[in-house]
Every structure is written in structure tokens, then in C-alpha cells.
Design a protein around this ligand. Structure first.
Ligand SMILES: [Fe+2]
Length: 238
């Protein structure tokens, strides 16, 4: 077995004698998981009492209703400030997030692009409030830091874009047959994921307010590669 990179694609080779061996022994069958979605989880390493106090006091938009008269949906409330990570009170949180963005870009995506944090905001969801399914347009990777979360509070839910319009019956869910994935988080944890990954938060059934900090990113400078005809010279776009 070997992999070869050519024109940004991974070509997969098998030796012919290995195929024959596989025919003889099913135990040597291989299962590939192609194009997995990276979701990085990292724990903030310090106490954050002062930062949480600042976040709790940030003004948020008032009640955020949707749906129709027969089925009113109460969405979570976002901070009026949408560049919260620019605030000096959150500089340590910002430094932590930037270090993990760097890790995601360099170690996971194997890129030397530099991503900058664009907008960042606080989400608060009290009892009965939820967050509808969405993606983050005009962003490369997004993330959420969880200052107030617990097992009693709703987890973030991701939805696969690979979901088909036909399905087999399912005895037990796994990475190949699941359309959604609920990810319970611990207080102080951060997740980073591609911005086009669909996600939502079910309604909060607890009396405790769920608080999270979301952010978007974009690459510094020009994007792409001249030889691959993907070059995006940003100086031509301003
Ligand atoms: Fe989001």
C-alpha cells in the first residue's frame, strides 16, 4: 500500500499480490475513511473568572423569536459587540484561540497561510432557547469557546453534508452511517472546525444559562497557487 500526491489528489495503489491475498483472507480487508472532517478540541489551561465576569456583563440582543404563531421558536441571544476578541479583557482567551488556530492550520491542514480572527461574539441561551442549523459564510475555519457548559446543558450538534436521500436501516450508529453528531463539551474547552460544517444547538432545558464565544477567520494576504490556477490576488479586489 502506498499513497502518492499528484495534482492535489491522493492516488492509492495496491500491489497485485496483495489483492490476491485479500481474496484468500477476509481478515486482511481494508476500510478507508476518505476525506474526514477535522474538529480540534482544546482545553483553556488557566482559570478564567475575570473573563467570565466580563462576558456575563456584555449587553446582548433582547429576546430573539422565530417560527410562526403556532410554533414560536426562541433563539439564543448574541452580544451587541461582534468583535469581542478585540477587547483587552479577553486578550488571554484570544492568545489561546490564536495558538490553536495556528495548530489547526499548520499541523492539520499542512498550510503556511496565516489566519486572522475576523468577527467574534458571545451567544447566551437561557431555558427554552436554541440555535438553528447554520454554517459560517465568508470564513475559513470557525470555532467556539465554552466558558459555561455542562452535561446538563445542550451540546453542539453537527450535520454531515454527505447525507444521502436514501438510507439503509441502522442497528448501531458509527462514523459511516450517522447524519448528525452531538458533541458534549467541558467548561473551558474550545472547538475549531471548517466554517462550512453545518451545526446547531438544541433547546436549553436547564435553568442555567449556556454561554459560548464564537469566532470566524480569514487568510491574510492572497490565496491559492498560480500554477494550480487557484491564485486569488487580493490586491486586485480592493
Ligand atoms: Fe455557529
Amino acid at each position: 500500500m502506498s499513497g502518492l500526491k499528484r495534482n492535489n489528489s491522493l492516488i492509492y495503489f495496491k500491489d497485485s499480490d496483495k489483492i490476491i491475498k485479500n481474496l484468500i483472507s477476509m481478515a486482511q480487508d481494508e476500510l478507508l475513511s476518505l476525506f474526514p472532517t477535522p474538529v480540534l478540541i482544546a482545553q483553556y489551561p488557566m482559570p478564567y473568572d475575570k473573563e467570565l465576569e466580563f462576558i456575563r456583563e456584555l449587553p446582548c440582543r433582547r429576546e430573539n423569536k422565530g417560527g410562526d404563531a403556532g410554533n414560536v421558536i426562541h433563539y439564543n441571544r448574541q452580544s451587541e459587540e461582534t468583535f469581542v476578541l478585540d477587547k483587552p479583557e479577553l486578550s488571554n482567551i484570544r492568545a489561546f484561540i490564536q495558538s490553536k488556530i495556528y495548530k489547526f492550520v499548520t499541523e492539520i491542514m499542512n498550510s503556511d497561510n496565516e489566519l486572522v480572527i475576523t468577527q467574534s461574539w458571545i451567544n447566551k441561551s437561557g431555558k427554552g432557547e436554541s440555535h438553528h442549523e447554520h454554517v459560517h459564510p465568508n470564513s475559513m475555519i470557525s470555532g467556539v469557546w465554552y466558558p459555561v457548559i455542562s452535561e446538563q446543558l445542550p451540546p453542539i450538534q453537527f450535520r454531515s453534508k454527505a447525507q444521502r436521500d436514501v438510507s439503509l436501516s441502522t442497528k448501531k450508529y458509527n462514523n459511516f452511517n450517522s447524519a448528525t453528531f452531538l458533541l458534549p463539551m467541558k467548561a473551558g474547552e474550545l472547538i475549531i472546525f471548517p466554517s462550512n460544517l453545518t451545526h446547531s444547538v438544541p433547546a436549553n432545558q436547564s435553568e442555567t444559562e449556556r454561554i459560548s464565544l464564537s469566532f470566524n477567520t480569514w487568510a491574510k494576504g492572497s490565496l491559492g497557487d498560480i500554477n494550480s490556477l487557484t491564485y486569488l490576488p487580493l490586491e486586485r479586489c480592493v
